[in-house]
Design a protein around this ligand. Structure first.
Ligand SMILES: [Zn+2]
Ligand SMILES: [Zn+2]
Length: 269
């Protein structure tokens, strides 16, 4: 796999947080998404890498200068390909217990065989199958990790996928994965949307009770507006009002509904 350093965009958000971005629109524009964001949270003795990107180019070489002699913990927000592709570069990766199996086998990226030459070349050596991390450890709701001067807590938020999680720091920073972001938001079948609504309610309760200082989603706008959770909750709760405007998208096996700041991608399968 190539070591291409100009593939990633690095954004130093504050003294303990780095965002690493890659252009999903350049990988394949048919996913209707411009950016994937992943994060390096740097505690006094341990750094936490939240997601590992598509795995097309080395993420490890990018983050090493920031980790230096600290321990490294790697957590996936969920098991979708654009979040776990770089897992192979790390000895051990954590994910919610419901998605351990999903990332314990080689990642099939044959969906990208029609992508640009740059993308196809980076996957050629592995014949479109990226190996998994050697060790995959299960996470549960409310699990906590100490990074030194920072603590993090796992919040299980099923909906986008069964094992989707969010990560909350003791500074009130919330990493929402694909559970909440602006832009194209990928949802399960229409009859299962109540799980997404319950998970968003759980996050809104957190926002109201504990107070959030920042929300960092895995796609698109960053840093994002704190009204994201409530706006998305209201949008999905009233999706029936927009249902007549749905457009079929065969590539995504979904209905696409334009909802202003959100584009709802509702799975048909
Ligand atoms: Zn996803
Ligand atoms: Zn995603």
């Amino acid at each position: 796999m190539n070591k291409e350093n100009d593939w990633f965009e690095l954004i130093e958000l504050n003294d303990h947080l780095l965002c690493i971005r890659e252009k999903l629109s350049e990988v394949d524009p048919r996913f209707l998404t411009e950016y994937t964001n992943f994060f390096l949270l740097i505690g006094s003795h341990t750094a936490l890498l939240i997601d590992t990107g598509c795995g097309l180019f080395s993420i490890r070489t990018i983050i090493e200068p920031y980790i230096r002699n600290k321990k490294l913990l790697v957590i996936n927000t969920h098991g979708h390909w654009d979040h776990v592709g770089g897992n192979y570069e790390f000895e051990k990766v954590h994910i919610h217990e419901q998605e351990v199996n999903l990332i314990s086998k080689p990642l099939n990226l044959t969906i990208l065989k029609d992508s640009s030459k740059k993308i196809v070349n980076s996957l050629h050596d592995v014949s479109f199958f990226i190996p998994p991390a050697p060790i995959v450890e299960p996470l549960k709701d409310n699990d906590q990790f100490n990074l030194g001067d920072l603590n993090i807590k796992i919040i299980h938020t099923p909906g986008h996928s069964n094992g989707s999680i969010c990560i909350l720091t003791n500074k009130g920073e919330l990493f929402t994965g694909d559970t909440a972001h602006f832009g194209a938001i990928f949802l399960p079948k229409r009859k299962n949307l109540s799980r997404n609504i319950s998970s968003l309610q759980k996050l809104i309760d957190l926002q109201n009770n504990a107070g959030l200082t920042a929300i960092y989603p895995s796609h698109e706008q960053l840093p994002t507006d704190l009204r994201l959770l409530v706006d998305l909750y209201n949008g999905i709760s009233h999706i029936e009002d927009l249902w007549e405007n749905k457009v079929k998208n065969s590539f995504l096996h979904s209905w696409v509904i334009d909802g202003g700041e959100f584009q709802y991608i509702v799975s048909k399968i």
